[in-house]
Design a protein around this ligand. Structure first.
Ligand SMILES: [Zn+2]
Length: 352
């Protein structure tokens, strides 16, 4: 497995492609952020189009939220914005190309649930431009950064790092199940093991952010359907899972053409995400405005292991056909490892 670790480091370097944004868009690190409400930070990514943000204000007034300013730091924002641009470029050639002449907003929301969405809105009175909004919660950002780091700790096969590895993390999640538990939702992303540098975490995180954002662009560019046709014979949950998997497939296909579809760390983020929701679900439903029905509407498909499994199978297929590309470096070991993560036992729910 040592070989896997060193190859993954090399792979992460290869996958990190930084191009210049086109002239209409801010470079990562060039745009300033604005605070909205109690718990949001917004970045306007297109230089000449700015809407007044009134349409996103409501979601940024949560009493239970916390300021997203904790995540408004270069360590987090730079890889996220680079990944966003890479994902969009994979679809149509350049940052901003999927939303020409629209204000493109990246919004960080301080929120205890991992979540991500993309929406398109028409200009309101007093605004001169339509907008596209990509919302990402601080907790999802934590999952991406933290799980990438944890997996690397395990891949290094160093006894000293094992307590900070992904397996130890999964064991801890399982130990919380079945009792009353309070889960950490704000993690310290900035503490890095001695044997891993920040730059590596950065690059590893980008591999997952690219897949997440490419999935969102798939929604945006296909009128939210990703080409999936609802089957009236299926439950609404099954239809939603079908739709999400169709978007994952679109994302994988475009990223693979650019050598950016390497879902190993993405898998770890999805497994941790599913476990977290399983643990918290009784409490979440209790707290969710509108109760269980509204919760299920807001989070219709939580089968992240299933989605991760499909992405890993696509990766395997793609690498069997075309093994000599960077995203297929050590794919056999990496696919085996990803499948082990997916097969790991989930925790029982916490007692609210
Ligand atoms: Zn989706």
């Amino acid at each position: 497995m040592r070989i896997l670790a060193s190859s993954i480091f090399a792979l992460a370097l290869l996958l990190f492609v930084s191009h210049r944004a086109n002239a209409q868009m801010f470079e990562p690190g060039e745009t300033g952020s604005q605070k909205i409400g109690t718990n949001c930070v917004v970045y306007h990514l297109r230089k000449d189009k700015i809407s007044n943000d009134s349409d996103i204000g409501l979601q940024c007034q949560s009493k239970k939220g916390w300021p997203a300013t904790s995540h408004d730091v270069p360590f987090i924002v730079l890889p996220m914005m680079s990944a966003l641009y890479n994902a969009e470029r994979a679809y149509c050639g350049s940052p901003g190309c999927s939303a020409p002449n629209k204000d493109v907003r990246l919004v960080l929301i301080g929120d205890p649930l991992p979540n991500l969405s993309i929406t398109s809105s028409k200009a309101k009175a007093g605004e001169d431009t339509d907008s596209v909004t990509i919302l990402i919660t601080t907790t999802l950002i934590d999952f991406v950064l933290r799980t990438g780091h944890l997996v690397l700790n395990d891949l290094l096969e160093d006894a000293e790092l094992a307590p900070q590895g992904f397996n130890a993390f999964l064991n801890n999640q399982r130990s919380l199940g079945g009792k009353s538990c309070s889960l950490p939702v704000q993690w310290n992303n900035l503490s890095v093991s001695k044997k891993i540098n920040e730059d590596t975490i950065f690059r590893i995180a980008m591999t997952s952010f690219q897949i997440l954002f490419a999935h969102e662009f798939a929604h945006l560019l296909s009128n939210q359907t990703c080409g999936y046709k609802k089957d009236p014979k299926l439950s609404s949950d099954a239809n939603t899972l079908g739709l999400e998997k169709a978007c994952d497939h679109m994302a994988f296909t475009v990223l693979a053409k650019q050598n950016m579809a390497m879902p190993l760390f993405f898998t770890a983020a999805l497994v941790a995400w599913e476990n977290y929701i399983i643990l918290k679900r009784p409490q979440l439903i209790k707290d969710f405005p509108g109760g269980e029905l509204k919760f299920r509407e807001a989070f219709p498909s939580l089968q992240f292991r299933e989605r991760a499994g499909s992405s890993v199978s696509e990766w395997e297929q793609s690498c069997k056909q075309n093994p000599n590309v960077p995203m297929c470096n050590v794919w056999q070991d990496a696919v085996r490892y990803a499948r082990k993560l997916i097969a790991s036992a989930p925790p029982a729910a916490c007692v609210p």
